[in-house]
Design a protein. Structure first.
Ligand code: SAM
Length: 278
């Protein structure tokens, strides 16, 4: 079989199209998601329906967001699925998920993601975590390692801190390239992300722009000492009073410490607060 055409569909690599074909993995994913009728389920990138079909066997409705117009059209024409589906032919990176959620019925979002857009997609999804009950995604293994990383590890970075700020990260299933057609060049991991309650974040930041800024500056200079890295913003005495070791490296700071720094800067750098922090 050619890599270029699968089930009569011309595979578009630019849309990250690696279709799941391994029935064992598909079963594991469906039981991990455990969809129940009445839930507000949304699939990102249904493709040829590898997850869509078995999920629809268990529930009576499902929302899907698909960018590829041929695949969206095929979805509309699947006789046994179309009546249960609400199909948005749209770019998920610009999609307003809040418009789908209600207070009583928060979203359960899942998908075998196009790997080429996972980072911007996650940052987009983090802006809706108040409307989301949980998210289950197939992603590049290296990306999931970054989401779940501990301070001091190589994978620990800005994405880790921001992901763990918003969500509990639980890697669930390791998946090899042979489970997909065409096979991706990388290993994959299926991961569960459970947003923290918006009103009970474990480490709330008073201003997210400051948290983003300390992460950016910290991880751009991860091997410097904390004292040197942030010397224009915070002095030695203050670091000590915040119980942050000035000789530590930014890559060793915990989420709680990044938030502590960001909140101090928010409260004290009034001049900077008025500027665009980017
Ligand atoms: N769910 C199918 C499966 O598991 O076999 C397909 C998964 S494939 C890795 C990614 C899917 O996301 C494709 O159907 C692709 O067309 C779709 N996609 C890619 N970029 C997208 C975007 N920006 N917005 C919505 N869907 C997108």
């Amino acid at each position: 079989m050619s890599d270029k055409v699968y089930l009569g569909h011309r595979v578009r690599r630019r849309f990250g199209q690696n279709f799941l074909t391994d029935p064992y993995v598909i079963d594991e994913i469906v039981s991990t998601i455990n969809p129940i009728t009445g839930e507000n389920l949304v699939e990102i990138g249904p493709g040829l329906g590898a997850l869509t079909k078995p999920i629809l066997d268990k529930v009576d409705k499902l929302i899907v967001v698909e960018l590829d117009r041929d695949l969206a059209e095929r979805m509309r024409n699947y006789p046994e699925m179309a009546s249960k589906l609400t199909i948005y032919e749209a770019d998920v990176i610009k999609f307003d998920f809040r418009s789908l959620s209600t207070l009583k019925n928060p979203l359960r979002i899942f998908g075998n993601l196009p790997y080429n857009i996972s980072t911007p997609l996650l940052f987009h999804l983090f802006t809706f975590t108040g409307a989301v009950k949980d998210m289950h995604f197939m992603m590049q293994k290296e990306m999931v390692n970054r989401l779940a990383a501990d301070p001091g590890s190589k994978a620990y970075g800005r994405l880790t801190v921001m992901a763990q700020y918003y969500c509990k990260v639980v890697p669930v299933i390791e998946v090899s390239p042979s489970s997909f057609t065409p096979a991706p060049k990388v290993d994959s991991t299926f991961v569960r992300l459970i947003p923290h309650n918006e009103l009970e974040l474990p480490h709330p930041a008073t201003n997210l722009k400051w948290l983003e800024r300390v992460c950016r500056e910290g991880f751009n200079q991860r091997r410097k000492t904390v004292r040197n890295c942030f010397k224009k913003m915070i002095d030695l005495e203050t670091l000590t009073s915040l119980e942050i070791d000035p000789t530590a490296r930014p890559e060793n700071l915990t989420l709680a410490q990044f938030v502590l720094l960001a909140n101090w800067m928010d409260a004290n750098n009034l001049e900077n607060n008025n500027k665009d922090l980017i």
